[in-house]
Design a protein around this ligand. Structure first.
Ligand SMILES: [Zn+2]
Length: 447
């Protein structure tokens, strides 16, 4: 057995010892639960995972005593009063097959992805500040990975944990400027070699680190999972730790993967705080805007490609009839391209007002320096204030006031004319005599 302790505790916290069976079919779990303030001693797991919890017993000197189940909860009043040790099984593979839900459990090839909240049975009412520790053992050949941070894990956060997986995984800690990225590649029959995939992940993470001045989410997990065909897409999540699920089609050509935007897009998400739902445009717009800029700076995209895509894409982000501003109009176009337009205007505005001394990246670096990665939930205003202060302007706050709850139309033709960008058919032409040509070059030129 290989033991992996994700150290998360404080004294008198919950402690879970999880043992995975071969193929991660089942988890055998023992938990030490300290006394907690609930007369009924109610315990449960994430919604929807309850049917896969079996044989819950309290372990005592007199043997194992079954714990009563009612509905979606288990009731152990003696446990609440005095603390206890419990043992149970979780049918992980069955949950993955039946639920097929990445927030609960899902099977990709032979890898089971399942955030730990699905299988950690816990008191529903705990004192604020209670902590938990998790230790996972796997049989030879099987690995467990998660985006859980080192340090304490709060019990009240057990329902919102990062992505995690059991399976045959190649796990590499990629060291980057200012942090590291844990990359877990599912073993699979695929057209790309593991070395090719790792090299691509490493260079994509380096592109993002260079833009932010450091890798923005130390200890993040990137789980690379096989899907059929030549798909490529991903999802980043910050609750309980930074983690990215990234899907690479087993038939995808490696050159195609290197040309695609999705991986850098997801990694850019790591470098900005998680916001409330109405500001999704700020998160998606930022990843949409920064991804090509960061790649162009690293020499991965041409200037023509970056600016041509902006000229062609941004009109989709303009307000339509009935628009109520970015915070209130949740269409696809306004979320991705409307958000990207906000950040382009911010970048141009900061550069204009600071004589090109600062750009958007300096504002974003200040946010990251204050701990504003995807793991933290911030009000958007806080991020904008921190950014503005770092570059000595009010550009971000003023733009937000203008665009958040009003349509705020933007004359894109005039903007691109000032930047010196023109698209004629398939050709992208640059005018270095344009008033903001220096700003355009400072945004995207290779450095
Ligand atoms: Zn995104």
């Amino acid at each position: 057995m290989i033991g992996l302790a994700v150290a998360l505790v404080a004294a008198a916290g919950l402690r879970y010892e999880v043992t995975a069976s071969p193929g991660a079919r089942e988890l055998a779990i023992e938990a030490r639960i300290p006394a907690f303030p609930d007369r009924d001693g109610e315990l449960s797991v994430d919604d929807g995972a309850e049917p896969f919890v079996h044989d819950v017993v309290i372990l005592s000197a007199g043997g194992a005593v079954p714990v009563e189940r009612r509905g979606d909860s288990w009731f152990a009043p003696s446990c609440a009063a005095r603390g206890c040790r419990i043992r149970y099984r979780f049918a992980l593979r069955e949950a993955a097959t039946a639920r097929d839900d990445e927030d609960l459990a899902v099977l990709y090839g032979e890898v089971v992805e399942s955030p730990p909240g699905a299988w950690l049975l816990r008191p529903l009412r705990v004192p604020a500040g209670a902590s938990a520790e998790l230790s996972v053992s796997t049989p030879e050949g099987l690995r467990f990975v998660s985006g859980l941070p080192r340090g304490q894990l709060s019990v009240s956060a057990l329902g919102a944990l990062p992505y995690a997986a059991f399976g045959e995984l190649r796990v590499e800690q990629l060291r980057l400027d200012g942090g590291s990225l844990l990359c877990a590649l599912a073993k699979a029959q695929r057209r790309q070699s593991e070395e090719e995939l790792l090299g691509w992940v490493r260079s994509s993470a380096a592109v993002v680190s260079r833009y932010f001045g450091r890798f923005p989410a130390d200890g993040a997990l990137l789980l690379v999972l096989p899907v059929p065909g030549d798909q490529i897409h991903g999802r980043a999540r910050g609750s309980g730790g930074a983690s990215v699920l990234f899907f690479v089609g087993t038939d995808l050509d490696m050159a195609e993967a290197r040309r695609s935007w999705q991986l850098v897009h997801e990694l850019v998400h790591l470098g900005f705080p998680s916001l409330s739902r109405q500001h999704l445009w700020a998160e998606e717009g930022l990843a949409t805007y920064v991804e090509p800029i960061a790649r162009a700076r690293a020499g991965e995209l041409s200037q023509e490609k970056v600016w041509g895509d902006l000229v062609r894409g941004l009109p989709q982000g303009l307000p339509r009839r009935g628009d109520e501003g970015l915070d209130r109009t949740h269409t696809w176009g306004r979320t991705y391209w409307g958000g990207a337009l906000f950040w382009l205007l911010a970048d141009v505005g900061i550069r204009e007002r600071t004589g090109n001394r600062f750009g958007l990246e300096h504002a974003l670096r200040a946010v990251v320096a204050q701990g504003g990665s995807i793991v933290e939930r911030w009000p958007l205003r806080r991020a904008l204030e921190v950014g503005d202060r770092a570059v000595g302007t009010k550009v971000l706050e003023e733009l937000y006031a203008k665009m958040s709850s009003l349509p705020a139309n933007v004359d894109l033709d005039a903007l691109f004319r000032r930047l010196g960008v023109a698209v004629r058919g398939k050709a992208v032409e640059f005018d270095d005599g344009a008033p903001l040509a220096r700003v355009r070059r400072a945004i995207s030129e290779r450095r």
